[in-house]
Design a protein around this ligand. Structure first.
Ligand SMILES: [Zn+2]
Length: 170
């Protein structure tokens, strides 16, 4: 099966000064928009506070987290707000891998009952577009989500990679 996404995973070291991030250490994680991929970067405390301007400009979301100990079970360390934020920031994307990511993010947010499905329409190219709104938005804010018609396996694969990019891979 062809891969429909592209992500560069975290390396366990600061992306700027290359300091090793040891278990228990707090650091700043970011997900940025590359040309055709989402890029996860980790920064030590010092570098995270003073990211170069051009780096900051491409950042879609940024959060503080802690390097897990090797025996700890991995968990999604990002808040729901960050997931919503990433979903909103990717709204203009035309890149297929990012469209897939955004669709899976929409499924995650639906499962969390934070995003509500309103209706489906078909655009001029025959693509199915879901019209959705965030729970609690008043008046409802309309979010359009392209349905990339992924198979179950593809959804599982994108979900895995979404998990990896958000929680890191130490
Ligand atoms: Zn650093």
């Amino acid at each position: 099966m062809a891969k429909d996404y592209n992500i560069r995973k975290t390396s366990g070291q600061c992306s700027l000064c290359e300091m090793q991030l040891a278990p228990g250490m707090e650091f700043t994680a970011t997900v940025s928009e590359g040309p055709d991929e989402l890029i996860r970067n980790d920064y030590c405390d010092k570098c995270g506070e003073s990211l170069p301007e051009e780096t900051n400009a491409a950042v879609l979301c940024k959060w503080r987290t802690v390097v897990p100990h090797p025996q700890e079970k991995k968990k999604l360390l990002v808040s729901d707000d960050l997931l919503v934020n990433l979903f909103e920031r990717l709204s203009e994307t035309e890149d297929p891998s990012k469209i897939n990511f955004r669709y899976v993010l929409a499924l995650v947010l639906m499962r969390k009952k934070m995003l509500i499905y309103d209706r489906m329409s078909t655009d001029d190219d025959g693509k199915e577009i879901w019209s959705m709104h965030l729970k609690g938005s008043d008046p409802p804010d309309e979010h359009l989500v392209i349905d990339p018609k992924l198979t179950e396996d593809q959804i599982a694969e994108v979900s895995d990679n979404l998990g990896e990019i958000m929680e890191g891979d130490f």
